[in-house]
Design a binder for this molecule. Structure first.
Ligand code: NAD
Length: 430
């Protein structure tokens, strides 16, 4: 079992003990319903045929159709995808959505593919899982290294096989193929909403200053969150992507994320690379640092927004932030969490912090089914209310039961799934 999967299982075990779940139910909620592992052949531009390992794990559909992203990642493996599929079940349950949890991935470094190859691989993925997905079965979305363009190819391939344009088969689509306004920024927006509530409730003294922030990962989530927080008066002190990290130099008060973003865009054009390049040290004369230094920076808020396991037992005791907002899935290991809690660092758990994406995915799916489309302000207003409602419930459980926000979130999420499971058993539906 992968370390990430083991960590997710540990969080479930602790919550299950609090809820006094019986062993049958516990075993059921820990085990994925379906695991698809397959090979996608791809004809490369040089004529050679290469194969890529791919996955779709459908963890639970007790609360509704499976829901979860697809990542293109050279380190993708079945343990990671199983863990991520489980996290989706807990996230959709926590937010009260009518969805279950799933996750998919292809083991590939998509930066090394041409645009044609990327399109062919994405269409091949849909052909492989076509019989197991659909608007009322399993609705995939973007994740690491997948984006609205890739989702467009996937919807097109699904619709061709179905013989009918089916926008509700995927979320994270561009607006012009029936995506939702606000989806692109939704995950970051949801994280900002929760962070603001945490500061109001737990760190009111930070309200009188410009809280300092370091963000690991400058993609859809980290990049958008940097811009949102800067506009809200936060000082962005350090940023990174998989290649490099930068911090504000001694003369600067803070980084300007828009300048960094523009710099990246320029790089993309220069190198003619399809995906993002390296965070550029030219933006505003900032200083290059290492990714390790970024995580250990003395800031008020640390935001891991890249991949799992980044804060672990090897660096946890050097983390100096007061708050960690988990925008990535599983960025803190269980061992690290114990060290961070002893240091008094407040952790805002992934299944709450980054749920804004799946909330607006639900609103996108809903708009597709209803064939009625809302302005961005309405979408984000609805998402904000759902995020705050979930936060208030988590906070209440944390206070009443004297547990961490993560445990409170798991208790809430597992309770809903277990209740539905017992109801369905009583009705002999399963
Ligand atoms: P993305 O592909 O748009 O961006 C990922 C970023 O992380 C890139 O800047 C990449 O260079 C960087 N990165 C990758 N490995 C790194 C490393 N080792 N060190 C530093 N930076 C690294 O992906 P995204 O959609 O922004 O997703 C980021 C995280 O947020 C993932 O954990 C994902 O599962 C989670 N998430 C995403 C969404 C969503 O709606 N996109 C929703 C919920 C959770």
């Amino acid at each position: 079992m992968s370390d990430f999967l083991q960590d997710v299982q540990k969080h479930i075990d602790i919550a299950a003990q609090t809820l006094k779940l019986n062993l049958d139910v516990l075993q059921n909620i820990k085990t994925p319903n379906r695991i698809l592992q397959f090979i996608i052949p791809l004809k490369r531009d040089n004529g050679a045929v290469e194969t890529f390992l791919a996955f779709r794990v459908q963890h639970s559909n007790i609360l509704g159709p499976y829901k979860g992203g697809i990542r293109y990642f050279s380190e993708a493996n079945i343990g990671e995808i199983k863990a991520l599929a489980g996290l989706m079940t807990w996230k959709t349950s926590l937010l009260g959505l009518p969805f279950g949890g799933a996750k998919g991935g292809i083991k590939v470094n998509s930066l090394l593919l041409s645009r044609r190859e990327l399109e062919e691989l994405s269409r091949g993925y849909v052909r492989a899982i076509f019989n197991f997905i659909g608007p009322y079965v399993d609705i995939p979305a973007p994740d690491i290294n997948t984006n609205p363009q890739i989702i467009t190819w996937m919807v097109d391939e699904y619709s061709k096989l179905k013989g009918d344009f089916t926008p509700a088969s995927f979320t994270g689509k561009p607006i012009n193929i029936e995506g939702s306004r606000g989806r692109e920024v939704a995950t970051a927006y949801g994280g900002a909403v929760i962070l603001k509530k945490i500061i109001d409730d737990y760190f009111p003294k930070l309200l009188n200053k410009h809280p300092t922030v370091a963000i690991q990962g400058f993609g859809n989530v980290g990049g958008n969150l940097a811009k949102i927080l800067q506009m809200a008066g936060f000082s962005i002190m350090a940023l990174s992507d998989s290649n490099s990290a930068i911090q504000a130099n001694s003369k600067q008060k803070a980084l300007n994320p828009t300048a960094v973003y523009n710099c990246l865009k320029e790089n993309v054009m220069i190198s003619n690379c399809y995906c993002v390049g390296s965070v550029c040290s030219r933006a505003g004369g900032s200083q290059l640092i290492s990714n390790a230094e970024l995580l250990e920076k003395e800031v008020d808020i640390l935001i891991p927004a890249a991949i799992e396991g980044q804060i672990n037992k090897s660096n946890a005791d050097r983390i100096k932030a007061k708050i960690i907002l988990e925008m990535a899935n599983g960025p803190i290991t269980v061992e690290a969490e114990e060290i961070l809690e002893d240091k008094g660092i407040l952790i805002i758990p992934d299944i709450l912090a980054n749920a804004g994406g799946v909330v607006v995915s639900y609103l996108e799916w809903f708009q597709n089914i209803e064939q009625s489309y809302w302005p961005e302000v309405d979408v984000l207003e609805r998402a904000k209310k759902m995020m705050i409602d979930a936060y208030e419930e988590v906070k209440k459980i944390a206070i009443e039961r004297k547990v961490s926000l993560r445990q409170a979130a798991y208790i809430k999420a597992i309770e809903r799934v277990a209740r539905e499971l017992n109801l369905k058993k009583a009705r002999r539906e399963i």
